[in-house]
Design a protein. Structure first.
Length: 94
C-alpha cells in the first residue's frame, strides 16, 4: 500500500488531547477489533477544534506493515502510545 493515501473522517477527543493535531501528525491507527498499531502520517488535516468531526488524508508510514485492512467503512481508533486520542472511519483509498 505504499504511496497510497487514505481519506478518513476523524474526531479527536477534547478530554484527552490538549491541542488539535497539525499537519504531519504521526499517530497510530488501530482497526476496530484488532490489536496491530498501524503508523500513519496525516498529510491533509484541517485544524479544527477538538471534538469536531473532520476529514483528513493519511499515508501509511511503513513499507513492511500490512495496511490492507484499512478498507472503506472500517472503523479505527487513533492512538498515541496506549492512549486513545480519537476515532474515525475510512472513507476511501486513493
Amino acid at each position: 500500500m505504499e504511496n497510497k493515501t487514505i481519506k478518513v473522517k476523524v474526531i479527536f477527543y477534547a478530554n484527552i488531547r490538549r491541542t488539535p493535531p497539525i499537519q504531519s501528525y504521526r499517530p497510530h491507527l488501530v482497526i476496530e477489533g484488532e490489536t496491530e498499531y498501524l503508523g500513519v502520517v496525516f498529510t491533509d488535516l484541517e485544524e479544527v477544534p477538538l471534538g469536531t468531526v473532520t476529514t483528513a488524508m493519511v499515508c501509511p508510514m511503513y513499507e513492511k506493515i500490512d495496511y490492507s485492512g484499512l478498507l472503506n467503512g472500517v472503523r479505527f481508533t487513533v492512538r498515541e502510545g496506549a492512549t486513545i486520542v480519537g476515532a474515525g472511519v475510512v472513507l476511501e483509498q486513493k
